[in-house]
Design a binder for this molecule. Structure first.
Ligand code: PMP
Length: 402
C-alpha cells in the first residue's frame, strides 16, 4: 500500500495571514541608481527611503575608484580572508578606518549583520549575559541568540534599568544601536560607557546610522558625545549607508581584533568582499571626513522638514538625525500613508511589526544631503494632502492586492 505523504506546512495560509494583517512586504524594482530621483518600474519617483545620507553612493570619484579597483583586482576576491582573499586594498582600508575612528585596529566584515553576529558570538557564549536595548537592530538581537547567551532586553535607552540587569556572569556584554534605526534617536552613550567601565563589561555600539552623520568629520555617535574610544568600547560601523558603498567593519583594541580573526565565524567562513569595493570605500571615507558641507546641508534639510511638519501637526518622533519617523500606529494606517504618497510620486517605506513593536507602525522618512529644499517642500505638501484626505475619511480604502 503506498504511503500517504505527510502534508507540508501550509505556507500559502501563512502568507495570507500576513496579507490580512497588512504585514505582507513587497519589493519595488529600482530601474536607476539609489538617489532621491529614483525610477521605479520606469516611473520617476522622489525617494525618501535610502540610507545614502551623504549622497555618496553616486559620487563620480567613488564610482571611478570602484572602476579602477576592478581593473586592478578583478571583480571577486576569490576566497575568504584567512585563505587567500585578503588583499592590500582591504589592508589599506582597515588602516584608514582605524585612523578615522581613533581605534588601534579595524577589521572588515562583508556586512553589518555579519559583523554583529561575529562580535557577540566571539565574545559571549552559554552562561554569559548579553544586555540589549529593546529597540536594537535585529542583527544584534539575533547575535545574542546565536551565541546562546543569556539575553536580557532593557527598556529603550534606560541606563538605570540596564545597570540592574547586568548581573554577575563572568562575561557581560552590553549592545546598543548608536542611532536607533527605526526611531532616529540616540543611545545614552555617556551613561552606558560609565556602566560598562564600572562593571568590567564590553559595550558594543552599532553605529550604522551615526557614522558619517554625527561627530567631528562624521566620526559618529561616540564623538558626538565627546567620548573617546577605549578598550572596553567596541564600535561596529556599516559602509552601505553614509559611506555609500557596501560592507562593514569592527574597530577595537589589538587583542579584540585578533580574537575576531581567530573566532568570529561570520568573518572566517565567508568570501572576502571585493577588493575594488575597499578602494571605493577608501575614497568615500576621504569625502565623508573632508566635506563637512554634506552634514551641514543634511542638518538644514532636517530642520526644514521638522519645522514644516510641526506646523502641520504631523506625529513627529523626537529625532534630530536623518531618520525622521512619522508615527501612524496601526500597520494599515502606515501602509495607507505610504501608498497615498506613492500615488503622488513619493517613495517612503511603511515600517510595520515585527520590525517595530506592535501599535507603533510608522513611515520611516530618511533624508540625504542629495535632497533639495524643494524635495522637502514637496514631501510636506503631499503629507498635508494625505492628512486632509484622512480627516475627510477618504484615505482608508480597501487595500488592493498587487
Ligand atoms: N545595524 C543597523 C543599526 C542597521 O540599520 C543595519 C542595516 N539595516 C545593520 C546593522 C546591518 O548592516 P548591513 O546592511 O551592512 O548588513
Amino acid at each position: 500500500m503506498p504511503l500517504s505523504p505527510h502534508p507540508l506546512p501550509d505556507l500559502r495560509a501563512r502568507l495570507d495571514e500576513l496579507e490580512t494583517a497588512h504585514l505582507y512586504r513587497r519589493r519595488r524594482v529600482q530601474d536607476a541608481p539609489q538617489q532621491p530621483q529614483a525610477l521605479i518600474n520606469g516611473r520617476p519617483m522622489l525617494s525618501f527611503c535610502s540610507n545614502d545620507y551623504l549622497g555618496l553612493a553616486n559620487h563620480p570619484e567613488v564610482i571611478a575608484a570602484l572602476q579602477r579597483g576592478a581593473a586592478r583586482w578583478g571583480v571577486g576576491s576569490g576566497a575568504a580572508h584567512l585563505v587567500s582573499g585578503h588583499s592590500a586594498a582591504h589592508e589599506a582600508l582597515e588602516e584608514t578606518l582605524a585612523a578615522f575612528t581613533g581605534y588601534p585596529r579595524a577589521l572588515l566584515f562583508s556586512t553589518g549583520y555579519m559583523a554583529n553576529l561575529g562580535v557577540i558570538a566571539a565574545l559571549a557564549g552559554r552562561g554569559d549575559r548579553v544586555c540589549e536595548d529593546r529597540l536594537n537592530h535585529a542583527s544584534l538581537l539575533d547575535a545574542a541568540l546565536l551565541a546562546r547567551a543569556d539575553l536580557r532586553r532593557y527598556p529603550h535607552a534606560d541606563a538605570p534599568a540596564l545597570a540592574r540587569l547586568l548581573g554577575d556572569a563572568a562575561t557581560r556584554l552590553i549592545a546598543t544601536d548608536g542611532v536607533f534605526s527605526m526611531d532616529g534617536d540616540l543611545a545614552p552613550l555617556p551613561a552606558l560607557t560609565q556602566i560598562a567601565h564600572r562593571a568590567g563589561a564590553w559595550l558594543l555600539i552599532d553605529d550604522a546610522h551615526g557614522l558619517g552623520v554625527l561627530g567631528r568629520g562624521g566620526r559618529g555617535s561616540l564623538d558626538h558625545f565627546g567620548l573617546a574610544p577605549d578598550a572596553s568600547t567596541i564600535l561596529m560601523g556599516t559602509l552601505g549607508k553614509s559611506f555609500g558603498t557596501f560592507g562593514a567593519f569592527v574597530a577595537g583594541s589589538e587583542d579584540l581584533i585578533e580574537t575576531l580573526i581567530q573566532r568570529a565565524r561570520p568573518y572566517i567562513y565567508t568570501t572576502a568582499s571585493p577588493p575594488a569595493l575597499a578602494e571605493a570605500t577608501c575614497v568615500s571615507l576621504g569625502l565623508v571626513e573632508r566635506e563637512d558641507w554634506r552634514r551641514e546641508r543634511l542638518r538644514a534639510l532636517i530642520a526644514r522638514f521638522r519645522q514644516g511638519a510641526a506646523q502641520l501637526g504631523l506625529p513627529l518622533a523626537d529625532s534630530q538625525t536623518p531618520i525622521q519617523p512619522l508615527l501612524a500606529g496601526s500597520a494599515a494606517r502606515a501602509l495607507a500613508w505610504s501608498q497615498a504618497l506613492e500615488a503622488q510620486g513619493i517613495l517612503v517605506s511603511a515600517i510595520r511589526p515585527p520590525t517595530v513593536p506592535e501599535g507603533t507602525a510608522r513611515l520611516r522618512i530618511t533624508f540625504s544631503a542629495a535632497h533639495t529644499e524643494a524635495d522637502i517642500d514637496r514631501l510636506l505638501g503631499a503629507l498635508t494632502r494625505i492628512l486632509a484626505d484622512e480627516l475627510s475619511g477618504g484615505l482608508f480604502r480597501p487595500l488592493e492586492r498587487t
